[in-house]
Design a binder for this molecule. Sequence first.
Ligand code: 5GP
Ligand code: ZN
Length: 114
Amino acid sequence: MDDSCLFCKIATGAIPVAPLYEDEDVLAFSDIAPQAPVHFLVIPKKHIIGPAAIGQEDEQLLGKMLRTAATIAQEQGIGDQYRVVANNGAKAGQTVFHLHLHILGGRAMQWPPG
Ligand code: 5GP
Ligand code: ZN
């Protein structure tokens, strides 16, 4: 827990969100500024600053995050067509320095991303 971290505050409930899924390890909620018809985030409750800070001890957690994403994507009707994004570092677009997976779907996607 990092007291200055927005997603830690969301993970602990200090800042309330409507969860799409929650358990002791992960929380999923809709992005406040959606970039696609479906755009939600999956975060670990543990404070990990970003993809490059994932430790060996987090490998199972990351698998759970991806499986959670797949389950919610199915529930949201995009289960067979969605993109998973994890930005690492400000130049890569990271603005919240607590690991999160973006799941985007419901429209056609371009490649490469900008
Ligand atoms: P990043 O740019 O770090 O990859 O992604 C951070 C994401 O968090 C952005 O898509 C942004 O819209 C979202 N976000 C930032 N603050 C909040 C918030 O208070 N609530 C929710 N639901 N999403 C947020
Ligand atoms: Zn955090």
